[in-house]
Design a protein around this ligand. Structure first.
Ligand SMILES: [Zn+2]
Length: 214
């Protein structure tokens, strides 16, 4: 992934495997997660595209995250995402999401509506409340650029910007090839009226590290 990112001209890239609840997706145990952090440190020592350590932590049914806070806080980036029980009703799902958005370890909220294009409709969550919670907690929001998701929509992105929520385009790459999804994200962001200054992606690694350290 590092070599492919360099080929695409990226100066930094966040790595976030699935978490332990997502065993169907090979989610990482704490031991494997820590081993990956070490491997990334070794790669970063070689220079070039800088990798950020991280994980995509499942948001459990009660809104808690999938690892203890002390494990999450060893990482640069924690993406909090809903991956199961999408059928939970609107109010309960909104509560679940708000709790995860306010979790002190959460860096950004992943594929916020959870919709799958031509697959699963979004649950009826209160997106304004979620974006308010992100603004208040300093949690960023993901523009997931997977062609299966394109989540958030341009309308919701504009709502996020109006609230001062930091927006991060994530190619959701499960392979080297999918790093190219970034382009879809750029197009959706432009459609929402966002320019380079409105997304974290266009900042240098030093600026990103300073933002993460807040
Ligand atoms: Zn996900």
């Amino acid at each position: 992934m590092k070599a492919a990112a360099e080929e695409q001209g990226l100066s930094w890239l966040g790595i976030s495997e699935h978490s332990q609840t997502a065993s169907y997706a090979g989610g990482l145990t704490v031991e494997r997660l820590r081993a990956q952090v070490k491997a990334i440190a070794a790669l970063n020592a070689q220079g070039g595209c800088e990798l950020l350590t991280g994980v995509e932590s499942d948001i459990l049914q009660d809104g808690s995250l999938d690892y203890a806070a002390e494990v999450l806080d060893e990482l640069d980036v924690v993406v909090a995402s809903v991956h199961n029980r999408h059928g939970q009703g609107g109010a309960a799902m909104t509560e679940r999401m708000l709790r995860a958005a306010r979790h002190p370890s959460t860096t950004l909220f992943g594929h916020p509506t959870g919709r799958l294009l031509l697959g699963r409709p979004p649950p009826e969550v209160d997106m304004a409340a979620l974006l308010d919670a992100c603004a208040e907690a300093g949690t960023a929001i993901e523009l997931n650029a997977s062609a299966h998701r394109l989540d958030l929509s341009a309308r919701h992105l504009a709502m996020a910007r109006a609230r001062g929520v930091t927006i991060i385009i994530n190619p959701d790459a499960h392979s080297i090839r999918e790093l190219a999804n970034l382009e879809f994200g750029v197009s959706i962001a432009r459609r929402a009226g966002l320019g380079p200054d409105d997304v974290l992606n266009s900042r240098s690694i030093d600026e990103v590290r300073a933002w993460l350290a807040r």
